[in-house]
Design a protein around this ligand. Structure first.
Ligand code: SIN
Length: 518
């Protein structure tokens, strides 16, 4: 039995902690803020799984592969769709009360799904319901929980992860040794000026894994959600609202999505986000509008109670008037490369949830597959925690050139101009956003190279170091991928990338980033 250190308190970390404890391991869970804080809690739309007779794993598989724009790994997607329903049943056993109607579980439709298969809870509060149930479940186990404790770096000895350096709110740094480290630290939406993510999403685990020599891939694929409310904080307006019949309109009231894609408002997320961005530019920067008036005030309040409150608090009566929306950074498709059990290229280190790049999402994640991926792959990781690390997990060291130049060196330095987070986020939004080109990426790369990060002494400076490392790696990855694919759209090379061969763990097409080779 192993001593397991789980880092992160969202669905993936909590799931891994529960299942590892049930498997007999000794588990400690640390998390940067209070346990409930993270992207999971804010997930609205729900969790996709095949649970209804008119649906099939084959359909969910095909939808996920199609949305992934040719880059999703079929083996990983197969695992996701086959094991997903069992994990959703586990969630129900853990106490998640998914919404029910007279004929049983309710289900919603979201973009690029060929069937309504999205389970939701509290209308639009699915993530919060899952987080609550898993926290209650973990608290019933003998898991040691340290809140307000941030990962600084991984401890690596003889080519193996053996624990982590952790930072407490007091500024004290401690080394925590473990047989196994599970990174469940989530995504990095805070790299961008506009994001739907909370302020904890600074890519801490991905950056630390890279500094420790683990392989990363697909960092150029940031998912931008098409409909954040164009109001301070850019709160997310779930795709489920369009699934219920809301429509995007331009300033003239025209439903422009059908000019772009026959699937209209329910085209894959990368397509809709880009069209929203383009149309807004074409109308002089004025945001496009989400028209939910046809749903009526009663449906909006019943089906989307959280959103109803948010939209109204921002001063809009969305039952009577269309509301302004804008794209915002939402999800990282790339991350720490794992095999189908969450093992990374660094023995002793697992990665699960948004921090991991399992290959499931390819170049564009299908809506509501993220909570599912976290549950499915955290569950699989917990099954193999004390197995011998495979001699060859098949992690290819390809595409290392993408980590060269500005992307290749860690950013911590005693000299140079200290990174300014606000400017970094603005730079990434402007040059590494929904549309990129070589000139803008080169400009971003040069500016990022000017900066260094101070030695981390508190949460803010530790996050800044991670953001700078990840910004450099993301720009290097975007420069390395010519052509356009999914969420990575190059205006100077809009043709679909020819190197869009399906990714598989161990054979990441491009660019896989590992520090040793950089
Ligand atoms: C949404 O509710 O639109 C977001 C769901 C997701 O990110 O999958």
């Amino acid at each position: 039995m192993a001593r397991v250190l789980v880092i992160g308190g969202g669905i993936a970390g909590l799931w891994a902690a529960v299942k590892a404890t049930d498997a007999g391991h000794t588990v400690e869970l640390v998390t940067k803020a209070e346990l409930a804080e993270g992207n999971t809690r804010y997930a609205q739309g729900g969790i996709a799984a095949v649970l209804f007779p008119d649906d099939s794993a084959e359909r969910h598989f095909a939808d996920t592969i199609d949305a992934g724009a040719g880059l999703a790994d079929p083996a990983a997607v197969r695992v996701l769709v086959d094991e997903g329903p069992s994990r959703v049943r586990d969630l129900i056993r853990f106490g998640v009360a998914f919404d029910r109607g007279e004929s049983g579980l309710e289900r919603g439709l979201e973009a690029a799904h060929s069937r309504a298969r999205i389970l939701h809870a509290g209308g639009d509060a699915t993530g919060a319901a899952i987080e609550r149930a898993l926290i209650a479940t973990v608290r019933r186990r003998s898991v040691a929980i340290d809140e307000h404790t941030m990962l600084l770096d991984l401890l690596v000895e003889h080519g193996r992860a053996v624990g982590a350096r952790l930072l407490a709110t007091s500024g004290a740094v401690a080394q925590r040794r473990a047989d196994i480290v599970v990174l469940a630290t989530g995504g990095s939406g805070c790299l961008f000026r506009h994001t739907t993510n909370p302020s904890v999403a600074t890519g801490d685990g991905v950056a630390a894994a890279w500094r420790a020599g683990a392989q990363l891939a697909d960092l150029e694929f940031t998912q931008f959600h098409p409909t954040a409310l164009a109001a301070p904080g850019t709160p997310l307006i779930s795709e489920a609202v369009r699934g219920e019949g809301a429509a995007l309109r331009d300033a003239l009231g025209h439903r422009f999505m059908f000019d772009v894609d026959p699937r209209g408002d329910l085209a894959p997320r990368d397509v809709v986000a880009r069209a929203v961005w383009r149309r807004s530019l074409e109308q002089g920067g004025a945001p496009v509008l989400l028209d939910a008036t046809a749903l009526g005030s009663e449906t909006l309040a019943r089906r989307f109670p959280g959103l109803d409150a948010v939209v109204r608090a921002a001063g809009f009566d969305w039952a009577r008037e269309p509301v302004p929306v804008t794209p915002a950074a939402h999800y990282a498709m790339g991350g720490i490369v794992t095999d189908l059990h969450g093992r990374t290229s660094l023995p002793g280190l697992f990665a699960v949830g948004e921090a991991a790049r399992t290959g499931v999402h390819g170049a564009n994640r299908l809506a509501s597959n993220s909570l599912l991926e976290a549950a499915v792959f955290a569950d699989r990781a917990a099954l193999v925690l004390d197995d011998r690390w495979p001699d060859s997990t098949g992690f290819a060291r390809t595409g290392a050139e993408a980590a060269g130049g500005a992307g290749g060196a860690p950013s911590e330095s005693e000299s140079g101009e200290v990174v300014d987070r606000g400017e970094l986020r603005e730079l990434m939004w402007r040059h590494v956003g929904l549309e990129r080109d070589a000139r803008g990426l080169a400009e971003a790369s040069a500016r990022l190279a000017d900066w260094s990060a101070a030695a981390p002494r508190d949460r803010r400076s530790a996050e800044d170091r991670n953001l700078l490392d990840l910004a450099r790696l993301t720009v290097a990855a975007a420069l390395a991928r010519s052509g356009s694919l999914g969420a990575h759209f190059r205006t100077d090379d809009p043709a679909v990338a020819t190197d869009s061969a399906t990714a598989s763990v161990g054979a990441a097409p491009a660019p896989a980033l590992d520090r040793e080779a950089a």
